[in-house]
Design a protein around this ligand. Structure first.
Ligand SMILES: [Zn+2]
Length: 281
């Protein structure tokens, strides 16, 4: 079913993320509102982007792999750094075949650039929401908006969309929080989604492996929400996403700072590096 009518759906009048086309942000707001009203299938946005839903449960190793010794060393470091806060040990299992510790996290959604397609893994989303005791739509909305920001970056980068994952995911989570925060005044459902997303993204700081790059998006949101013009980084990233050189020394250093343990005290250095990447090179 293709949905063509967009009447009576909220528009996005949020912070001036000017360089991201307003029509796209408005589409995200209106489609998000439709998610709250209908179950949806085969949606297209401006004839350009396909959204697919699947009931399939697909699990991926989001956090990379560690040997037993590496894992234990990193876990101890993280325990010390986080003053005893260690929330996600249960997610780590020993992969019998590879003899490596892996973090099994269900994949909630994906943006597939080759097909310009957003895929939502609804079964995984449902499980995640049940786990956290929040309504199902919170997970669907959050995942949809997150993947849509990847799509907007792809659109901006045109053919050059091969982003540095650690920057892309941080900026995507940051943008998602800015967007959801703005939408949270529209209805209690958006508000609830924003609160859950904020908590979920904040917690990603405390994983081992690649998830702290997502968690750094929460750090950026938290930092900039107290400042004026907090969208300038989002605008600039959107303009530069296709031009960031993966071999650049600032980029490499930024990546190193996020791994293998969340910086815990090095956040400011990560911000400086990201600032250099976005504004000076
Ligand atoms: Zn993502």
């Amino acid at each position: 079913m293709a949905i063509s009518s967009r009447q009576n759906t909220p528009r996005y009048f949020g912070p001036p993320i000017n360089s991201i086309e307003n029509s796209l942000l408005e589409s995200m707001a209106s489609y998000g509102s439709m998610i709250l009203k209908y179950s949806f299938n085969d949606l297209t946005i401006d004839g350009d982007l396909v959204i697919e839903r699947t009931e399939l449960e697909e699990r991926k190793y989001l956090c990379g792999t560690f040997s037993k010794t590496e894992f234990e060393k990193l876990r101890d470091e993280l325990r010390r750094a986080s003053e005893g806060i260690w929330r996600h040990e249960k997610d780590w299992v020993l992969d019998d075949e590879k003899k490596h510790y892996v973090c099994r996290l269900p994949l909630l959604g994906e943006y597939i650039p080759e097909e310009k397609k957003v895929v939502l893994y609804l079964k995984n989303i449902e499980d995640a929401c049940k786990n956290d005791n929040v309504p199902y739509y919170c997970g669907v909305l959050y995942t949809f908006i997150h993947e849509m920001f990847h799509a907007t970056h792809h659109k901006a980068a045109k053919a050059n969309y091969d982003p540095v994952r650690e920057i892309e995911e941080a900026m995507t989570e940051f943008s998602t929080l800015v967007f959801l925060n703005e939408m949270s005044s529209k209805s209690s459902e958006w508000e609830e989604t924003f609160k859950w997303a904020k908590k979920t993204i904040e917690e990603k700081q405390w994983y081992l492996g690649s998830l702290p790059a997502y968690g750094f998006g929460y750090y950026l949101y938290d930092f900039f929400s107290k400042k004026e013009d907090f969208c300038s980084w989002i605008r600039t990233y959107h303009q530069k996403v296709g031009d960031i050189d993966k071999k650049n020394s600032y980029v490499k250093r930024y990546q190193q700072m996020l791994y293998p343990v969340y910086p815990h005290g090095n956040e400011e250095l990560c911000m400086e590096l990201l600032h250099s990447i976005l504004f000076t090179i």
